[in-house]
Structures are given as C-alpha cells and as structure tokens.
Design a protein around this ligand. Structure first.
Ligand code: S3P
Length: 737
C-alpha cells in the first residue's frame, strides 16, 4: 500500500519488535523496515535473518528520517527512550509503542513532551511467547490475535489509521479503547490471573509438606499455575505500572473468594453450585459466542462451508434435537418458578444456550445441560438479580424479544445485544407495546438492537391488537403481563405458536384463551415442574422434505412435537401430495407429539393457503426446495414476515435457487416457484441456519455438488445436523474456507 509510510523504525529488537519488523517485511508493505537495538549483535542477527531491511547506524539520524517509530522496549524504559529521541523527531512523525500497560506510558510521554504529541498512538499487542530475542522473531506471532490501540482525545486520525494499518498487515485484529479502560481490562484478564498463579505457587511452596504437595499435584494445578513461570522482572514492572486497576481487581476477587469461603463454612450448597455452574457456563459461553480471548478466531466468523454431493436417498429412524421455542421457554419459566424444574430433551444449540446464560447472568442456578438434561433452581417471579453487564444473546431473536418483556418489569436496568444478524432485526414490534404498558425501553438505530431497558418502572396491563402474527411479540407481552397491574391481553391476527400459554399453565399459572385473544393477570406464581421437550418440528422439516423429494426414501422421525400451531409444514406437504403418516400420537407434558413416517411421492405445486403460513413460518426455506422439486407451480403469499427473519428469507432463497437453475420469482410477500431440474452451484446462507440446511437437502435432487457458504449458525438450532444428515444417507461434509 503505497500511501501507508515509507520508512518504519523499530526501536528494540526483542521478540515483539523483531516479530513486528519481520511481519511487516513479509506482508504486503513496501516500506523500508529499519531496526535499532542497544545491542549491536541483535541488530546484526536481525539483518542476517531477514527480520529487518536495514540496521540503524545512528539513532538520531534514523529518528529524523523515519515516518513511523515503534517503541518496542520494556515499559519502564519508555521515558528514557522518548527523552533520547525527542530532539530528533520531525513534525508529523508517527510514534507508537507495544507496552502492556498504557496509563504509565502516556504519563511518561507527558513528562517528556509536556503534552502528548497528537501523533503518538499507544498500542498493545496481546500476543507473546516464552521465547525472547530477535532470533525468536516470528512473523506469525500476531496473526489472528488482538491488538489494542488507545488513541487519545486529540490524536491525529491519520496517525491512528496508520498505526491501525500497521497491525492489520501483521494479520492482527485491531481494537480501539481508552487508556483507562485498557488498563482496567488488562488488570482483570491478565494481571489478576498472574497474581493468583504466583501467589498460589508461592503459598504452597512455603508449606512444610511442600515436596509432597508438588509431587501429588495433578493437571489442575499445572494448568492453573502455568503462568507462574513468567518473567518475574516483567511482572514486577507491570504491578508497579498498573497499581490502581490491579488493586481494584484484587479486591473484587478477594470479595468473591470470601463469599465462597463463607458458603463452604456454612455448607451453603446453592451458593457453591451457583458459583461453579455460572463460572463453568460463562467460560464456555465466552469462548464459544464472544470468543473474547486474545485470539480473534471466532467460530461464527469463520466461513463454515457445507459441501453436499448430488444423489442418494434418505432412510432410517432418527430423533432430531429438542424444540427451540420450548427449550427457551423452559429456562425462562423454570427460572421464574418456585422450586426446581427438571428439563429433558433440552436443545443444546447456541440460541437456547444464550437464554440459559442470560438467566445465569441474572443469578439463577442452572445445572447442565448434560445430554439434554437441565435442572433449574427457580428464584420466583421477583428473584432475578441485576446481571453484571450487558446480556449478549448471539443470534437469538426469541431470547431478545421474550426477555425484553420480562426485563421491562424488573427493578434493575439491562442492556440486550446480539450478533451481526440480530443487530439488523426489528425490535420496535416489542418496544412499542411495552412502552404502552409503561416500560422505559430504548432501541438502537432504526429500531434495532441493542435494547436498553430501565428498571423500576411500574407496568400497567393493556389490551394489544398485534399488527403481525408473531409468537415472540405475544409471548413478550405475556411475560410483561405477569408483572403488570391488571389483565394483559393480546389478540393475534392469525394463530401463532402457543408454547408460552401451554407452559405457563404447566407451571400452574392461569392463562385465559378466548378465540384469538390470550390474557394473563399479575399476582400469580409459577410452581416448578418437569418438562419433556419434544423433537423440533422445524428441525424435522429438513428431513421431511429430504425424504419427500427423493425417490426411494423412507424415513421415520421420532417424538416430534405436533402442536397444532406448528403443523403447517405437515399440512402443506400433504397438500403437495407427500406420503406422510403420523404414528403413535400422544401427549407429553402438555404438548402433543408423534412419530412421523414419510416416503417419497412425486410432489405437485400448490397455492399455499395463507392460513397455513404462520403455522409453518420457519419451514419456508425447506418448503421452497420442495416446491422447486415439485411438478408445476407453487405460489406463496402472505409471508412477508420471512423478510425479517435471521436473513431476508425470500430474497436469499430466490438468489440461491436461481444459482441452482430453478425457476423462481420473489414477490413482496412470498414467491412463485415452478418445479424443474436443479444443477449444482455455489450458494450463500447469509448466516441463516435454516437457509444452510435447506440448500443441503437440495443436493438430493441436484445434478452437481452444492457448495453452501456461511453455515456456522447451523449450531444455533441444530448442532448435530451434519451428523444426522450423513446418518440418513446424505452425502454432505463440513469444512472451513
Ligand atoms: C418463535 C417465533 C417465531 C419463529 C421463531 C421462534 C418463538 O418468530 O420464527 O423461530 O419461539 O416464539 P415470530 O414471532 O417473529 O414469528
């Protein structure tokens, strides 16, 4: 990039300085990389190993020629080096550093320059290794890791952009934050754990029996204390440099440890279980959803690709994972109940896990999930506690919309946010009626997430005529209605899934259903119960369609929820001529279930009855595939809600099916699909789980391979999809780009 800089001077050719220089040389920059080190031999080694282009002969001369200077020296040497280079700096020379604390670097610059030059942009790469010296320089050291830059309020935007660009050349992900915030975050995530490791090893080493202790120490001790092997001088410097933030974090930790001590002393099992399950889950949650580690390799950012080969047929007997809607509600209502709720068949997908984590964040003890089993220690309708920070719900629309109702009625403030796809979805549909109830709720730009909800607002009951057929909006208002003064009622324009109504009744809470209007009164209570979550008909759909379109198929799906508000897909497939039978129909915990047997039969195109649309709303991506393989024309109308799901499902399916040669036209509220042949090709799921799975089954009828991009979010609703698809006979594999 020619407009970047011409000459970079790296002062200090240790591991960090050397690795940066080497990465800049190797990556797409034509700038001349000059190295300076007090130790002449290190410079020579650097030159010989190709770490730098040139050795700095005189520091003064090099400083005056450089466009960008990187201080890669120990933090406590920063002030002396700044003094040394100050007289030779020319106007506009960009300065940055790599120190692991930032407040003290800024103070050093103030002492040297009076005010910090606006071209000094402090930085901190969060990467390293136990090795040292220029010989250990590794051009990949920063690749995929995070670098924090901490521009000051007066920093020059151009200088900031150039430092940012420098780190991007190394493959790092650059984050920007204030100096104080940086030091606070690092005190918590790095400095505190180092103090704990040093202190634990030191404490045990002082014990008289220490030899035995170390001899019997197992993996846990080794893992926990690995960082006690770090450089003592460096950590001495860090403690001095970041004293106040580190003391604050140590105090917080000490308070937490004292709480745990007290629980052990008093035999307070709930408190212990609470601490351990929350910690275990938080660790998994953070690494999975936020990936808030130094490495920026976030699973959901990777382009997970499915490659589905043409042909094959579908046979066998399988059970797909638990119903997503019911799993969400089991955690919500179980948390609000009095007593312990036992759930089986819980969906261990990311969306339901986001709900589970949200309630743990609000102090609810939840054991599991373990093979679909979850035990929720309910806290009662008024027992939730303020979460420690914003609640992150990932991709899950159900979590954010249902929680918004519940949280509007709490005494504490909350903020709800989610991933890139969720950040585009409309939230005014819940915020507007909640405001009518007296909630104080703020949406982000364009009525989208994040949602900021102010606690302590008394809610009053309303009657709401829902403008769209949405179970999420209805459920949101019912949850708020548990707390609102009076009787809250909602009328829906068409029937939508009624799991909230059924489950509230299962918890002993009275719900009145009168035609299309549902009402709840405040003042009741929920009593813990047992919940057996049926298999999700929306997940079963991919296999129903797979068998329906593929000659020779004969498949049985066990224990599928066939709640009348969810059976649109069965009705539509039957209208299209599918050979589908419901076997062994029964009721499990208030929800009807059945085994579904489906065999191949040539489908025919139909005009999909509009009253079936809300009953099959999540099933349309798969039904579009069925229609593309049917004889004749299928017309879908009244399905405009598809445009505001995890993706614009009308547009994305039209684009993908066209790429496979199908004859399809999108309309504002649906599509017209004429059945025919499909060829292979490349399609894009746009982060939408149901799109990814729908195009996978299309390969059963395509003449070539279908490559589906952007499939990571399949784990939100159906983490075992690929394995089950392979089990029944699909030829599909998962890979990364
Ligand atoms: C859901 C309701 C539906 C559905 C979603 C789950 C629920 O959304 O698409 O996957 O659990 O209440 P809408 O309420 O927006 O139709």
């Amino acid at each position: 990039m020619s407009s970047w800089v011409n000459r970079v001077l790296v002062i200090g050719l240790g591991l960090i300085g050397g690795s940066l220089a080497k990465a800049l040389r190797e990556r797409s920059t034509s700038a001349c990389i000059v190295g300076y080190d007090r130790d002449e031999k290190e410079m020579q080694t650097g030159l010989r190993l190709g770490v730098i282009d040139e050795m700095a002969t005189g520091l003064a001369e090099e400083v005056s020629r450089a466009d960008l200077i990187v201080l890669a020296v120990p933090v406590k040497a920063t002030e002396a080096v700044l003094e040394q280079i100050k007289p030779h700096l020319t106007d506009g020379t960009i300065l940055t550093d790599v120190g692991s604390t930032k407040g003290n670097v800024v103070e050093a610059a103030e002492r040297v320059f009076g005010t910090v030059p606006n071209t000094f942009i402090p930085g901190h790469p969060i990467a390293g290794s136990e090795k040292s010296g220029v010989a250990a320089a590794d051009s990949q050291l920063f690749n995929g890791y995070k670098v924090i830059i901490t521009p000051l309020p007066d920093s020059d935007p151009d200088a900031t952009a150039k430092v940012d660009q420098m780190w991007r050349y190394t493959g790092a992900e650059v984050l920007s934050m204030g100096v104080a915030r940086h030091d606070e975050v690092l005190a918590a995530t790095s400095h505190l754990p180092h103090m704990l490791a040093f202190s634990l090893v030191d404490t045990l080493a002082r014990e008289e029996e220490n030899l035995d202790i170390f001899r019997y120490a197992a993996g846990g001790f080794r893992d926990f204390t690995r960082i006690a092997g770090s450089d003592p001088t460096m950590w001495h410097d860090v403690c001095l440099a970041n004293k106040e933030p580190l003391l604050r974090q140590l105090d917080r930790f000490t308070t937490g440890l004292a709480r745990l001590r007290k629980a052990i002393e008093e035999g307070d099992g709930d408190m212990m279980l609470g601490t351990f399950t929350r910690a275990k889950a938080a660790r998994e949650h953070f690494s999975r959803i936020l990936s808030d580690t130094a490495s920026s390799n976030n699973m959901n950012n990777e382009n997970v690709i499915f490659r589905a080969q043409p042909g094959g047929s579908v046979a066998g007997t399988i059970r797909v994972p638990g119903d997503k809607s019911i799993s969400h509600r089991s955690i919500m209502l179980g948390s609000l109940a009095e007593g312990i709720t036992e759930v089986s068949g819980f969906l261990e997908g990311e969306d339901a896990l986001a709900t589970l984590q949200a309630f743990r964040d609000m102090g609810v003890v939840i054991e599991g999930p373990n093979q679909g089993k979850v035990r929720i220690h309910g806290v009662g309708l008024n027992g939730l506690q303020a979460p420690p920070g914003p609640i992150y719900v990932g991709n899950s629309g159900t979590t954010i919309r249902l929680l918004s109702g519940l949280l509007s009625a709490q005494q504490f403030d909350t903020e709800l946010s989610g991933d890139e796809s969720l950040a585009k979805r409309p939230m005014e549909r819940v915020a507007k009626p909640l405001r009518l109830m007296g909630a104080e709720i703020e949406t982000g730009e364009g009525g989208r997430p994040p949602l900021k909800i102010k606690g302590g607002q008394p809610l009053k009951a309303i009657h709401y005529d829902m403008p769209m057929a949405s179970a999420q909006v209805k459920s949101c208002l019912m949850l708020a209605g548990l707390y609102a003064d009076g009787t809250t009622s909602v009328t829906e324009p068409a029937p939508t899934r009624d799991h909230t109504e059924r489950m509230l009744q299962g918890f002993g809470y009275e719900v009145d259903v009168d035609g299309s209007t549902v009402s709840v009164r405040n003042g009741g209570k929920l009593t813990a119960t047992e919940i057996d979550v049926p298999a999700d008909i929306s997940s079963a759909t991919f296999f129903l369609v797979a068998a329906a379109i593929t000659p020779g198929s004969d498949l049985t799906l066990e224990h599928v929820g066939i709640n009348p508000t969810r059976v649109g897909v069965i009705n539509i497939l039957k209208l299209m001529g599918a050979d589908l039978e419901l076997l062994n129909e029964r009721e499990v915990g208030g929800e009807p279930v059945a085994d579904i047997r489906i065999r191949y039969a040539q489908l025919k195109g139909i005009r999909v009855p509009e009253d079936q649309v809300p009953l099959a709303i999540d099933e349309f991506p798969a039904l579009f595939i069925a229609a593309a393989c049917a004889e004749g024309e299928t017309v879908v109308t009244g399905a405009e809600e598809l445009r505001v799901k995890e993706s614009d499902r009308i547009q994305v399916m039209v684009d993908g099916l066209k790429a496979l040669g199908a004859d399809i036209e999108g309309t504002p509220d649906g599509a017209i699909i004429r059945g025919g042949e499909l060829h292979g090709g490349e399609v894009f799921a746009h982060g939408d789980h149901r799109i990814a799975m729908s195009f996978t089954i299309a390969a059963l009828r395509s003449s070539g391979e279908i490559k589906i991009n952007d499939c990571a979010n399949v784990a939100t609703s159906f983490p075992t999809f690929i394995e089950l698809a392979q089990e029944v006979g699909l030829n599909v594999i998962k890979g990364d780009s």
